[in-house]
Design a protein. Structure first.
Lengths: 132, 556
């Protein structure tokens, strides 16, 4: 094997609720992935830059403040503008159903709501980011 | 008497032994949320405590150590303050909802602030993009406060709370300036400022400055209020956010009180007497779902506080030893699945808080796992409190469960463990040091992860989530903030900055910087600044220059 998935867990904006982000970071790490957690208050630009620097396969974005459409949308746009196609975005937090559609249209691979089993997230990232 | 009890114990043991042969217990162990193991039953021995009998130790409500409540008659005289957490969008939007809630019989209210405001950024700051008016109302300057309180009979409201922590000093200044401009004596308005920045490094993350500066600024608020606004509550030491970050009830009390010790030591170091500020202290705690343990927690925290005041700080005034509690049902216990079940959860949590004798209660709305609440959901949450108050009978005698064997045992156990944990933190150099080193953050994220694993392997049952799932999920209406309100707020801010006397503002800001640099109490200088419409962001920037900014930790 020797192939390790790398994930950036990110908290964009000013939202400081990071219980979920940390729990997911730990679950991914326990599942054998290399996890980098950004800490709070990162701008979308900083998050994309960190993802590129750390050479990750996925960015896990957590947001509970309601600013998801703006901030996660911006991350997706920056990735697109930089022509980066091999990093997927997955999102979690308090995100209403209709915004989920919107985020998926903007390129977010999946949105995990409250109560999601971490195994589900591990499985999703593993499947989507497996080496071809 | 003792012999008699042990005889009955034996008899019960035998009966139990025979019974469980055919009816084994459902679990090998029964634990509270904090991990305290419960036995099958508790008996009178739970009330005996060494040489002190139950009566002597527990006394009555209104008497030291206040385990049973801080007043002799509790809710028979005054019901708790029913104050919902609310506020969103612009000051106009929030003003409308406060008026609605007051019309519905709410007796206090809370000003929920949006994140840029809590973190000291004006609405036009690049980092505020998308966040303006989202989780609370945007306050940039005194002009917003003037709109927020328009036509609200402030002197009739029993309590106004704010989520100002890192921005505590600016909020105090704005409220004082508002009152004075409107010919109201600020001391006549009943304000509760949360003003507990230390917990922001542990949970929720709305910090600005490094912890030591935060303690200094929080101290300024307490000192200013002690000297000028004796009716205000200058601090609500907060465990709620710690609990919601995944801690247990015991950690919640431990870290809250360890933080309190830092603030108290800061104030004492300024030569102020403990009895001149401790009487107004509040604590803000979660009301979680583990019913019995939570009731015990509320009773225990009063006893611990009373003992801390008397034994550690040699307080002389009984008022210093009475801790008022604000409880808020825990949003984190609510589920997005089968959302109407949340009304039941909130009822259990709120009832636990009432049986625990709290002074203020806020109840969560059943739609909180989706967005900020709709008016309908907020109303149900308020009605839940009113049903407990007026229909259930739970408010008609003080501490109705006092003397319950299991409750007294758990109260004692929580008290014992919290004192042990506090002395561990003392030995490690206090809460500020533990926060700087990330030790407290790590302990809580461990607890949160442990809980998540227990849910995922069904050791902990959450109805509708890992058991009793429904095929069809109920759809409920979701509240929306007006997307145009961010642009409106920014426009108003820009107009203000054009209209005001900018050279005056500049000199006021310079004075704030000077006060901070010279280690003076910054509040008087900030009052001057906000009166002339210096903005929250401008004042916070000046303080950032003096104190620096806290760098986020990435411990998990």
């Amino acid at each position: 094997m020797g192939y390790q998935l790398r994930v950036l867990v990110a908290k964009p904006g000013l939202d400081g609720h990071d219980r979920g982000a940390k729990v997911v970071a730990r679950a991914l790490r326990d599942a054998g992935m290399e996890v980098i957690y950004t800490g709070l208050r990162q701008t979308p630009e900083q998050i994309v830059e960190a993802a590129v620097q750390e050479d990750v396969h996925a960015i896990g974005v957590s947001l509970l403040s309601g600013a998801h459409n703006v901030l996660i949308g911006k991350i997706a746009k920056i990735l697109e503008a930089r022509g980066i196609t091999d990093i997927i975005i997955v999102a979690g937090g308090i995100i209403p159903d209709e915004d989920i559609e919107h985020l998926k249209n903007m390129g977010v691979a999946e949105v995990f709501g409250p109560g999601t089993d971490t195994k589900e997230i591990v499985e999703f990232i593993s499947c989507r980011c497996e080496q071809p | 008497m003792k012999e008699h009890i042990s005889e009955i114990n034996k008899e019960w043991d035998q009966a139990k032994g025979e019974f469980i042969l055919g009816n084994p217990e459902r679990q090998e162990k029964f634990l509270t949320n904090s991990g305290i193991e419960l036995t099958a039953v508790y008996g009178p021995e739970a009330l005996a405590d060494g040489n002190e009998g139950f009566m002597k130790k527990e006394g009555y409500p209104g008497l030291y150590p206040y385990t049973r409540g801080i007043t002799p008659t509790m809710y028979r005289s005054n019901l708790w303050v029913m104050g919902q957490y609310s506020g969103f969008g612009s000051a106009e939007d929030a003003n409308k909802r406060y008026k609605y809630l007051l019309e519905q019989g709410q007796t206090g209210f809370s000003i929920a602030l949006d994140l840029p405001t809590q973190i000291g950024y004006d609405s036009d700051h690049p980092l505020a993009e998308g966040e303006v008016g989202r989780v609370g109302v945007a306050i940039d300057s005194l002009a917003d406060i003037e709109i927020l309180f328009k036509d609200i009979p402030l002197h009739q409201v029993r309590q106004i709370r704010t989520t100002a922590n890192a921005i505590g000093p600016v909020t105090v200044a704005m409220l004082v300036a508002f009152a004075e401009k409107n010919g109201i004596n600020p001391n006549d308005i009943k304000i509760l400022i949360q003003n507990d920045p230390l917990k922001e490094y542990i949970g929720r993350g709305a910090y600005i400055y490094p912890p030591k500066a935060a303690v200094k600024l929080a101290g300024d608020v307490i000192e200013y209020c002690a000297k000028n606004l004796p009716n205000w509550t200058p601090m609500a030491i907060s465990g709620y956010h710690i609990r919601e970050s995944g801690s247990t009830a015991i950690q919640e009390l431990t870290f809250t009180l360890a933080n309190a010790i830092c603030y108290i030591d800061e104030i004492l170091s300024r030569g102020i007497n403990i009895d001149d500020f401790a009487p107004k202290f509040y604590t803000f705690l979660g009301a979680h779902i583990d019913f019995i343990e939570e009731i015990a927690k509320f009773r225990a925290v009063r006893r611990i506080w009373a003992r801390l005041m008397k034994e550690r700080y040699q307080a002389g005034h009984p008022e210093s030893m009475k801790l008022s509690i604000f409880a808020y049902t825990c949003g984190g216990t609510l589920t997005a699945q089968q959302p109407l079940n949340n009304i039941v959860r909130v009822t259990i949590e709120a009832l636990g808080a009432v049986l625990g004798g709290v002074q203020t209660l806020a109840t969560s709305s059943y739609d909180e796992a989706f967005a900020i609440p709709t008016e309908e959901a907020v109303t149900v949450a308020l009605r839940t409190q009113q049903i407990i108050a007026y229909e259930s009978g739970a408010a008609n005698t003080a501490d109705p469960l006092g003397g319950s064997y299991v409750l007294e045992q758990l109260t004692k156990e929580i008290e014992k463990r919290v004192f042990e944990e506090i002395s561990k933190i003392d030995n490690m150099g206090g809460a500020v040091k533990c926060i700087q080193e990330g030790l407290i953050q790590k302990e809580i994220s461990d607890a949160a992860y442990r809980f998540q694993k227990q849910v995922e392997n069904s050791e902990k049952v959450i109805v509708g989530l890992n058991r009793f799932r429904s095929r069809e999920e109920a759809r409920i209406p979701v509240f929306k903030t007006d997307p145009a309100s961010e642009a409106r707020q920014i426009k108003r801010l820009r107009e203000l900055k054009e209209k005001r006397d900018n050279s005056l503002v500049k000199s006021r800001l310079f004075r704030v910087k000077e006060a901070a640099g010279h280690n003076e109490n910054v509040i008087p200088a900030i009052i001057e600044a906000v009166r002339d419409y210096a903005t929250l962001g401008e004042i916070s920037d000046v303080l950032r220059e003096v104190y620096g900014e806290y760098k986020a930790m990435t411990v998990y």
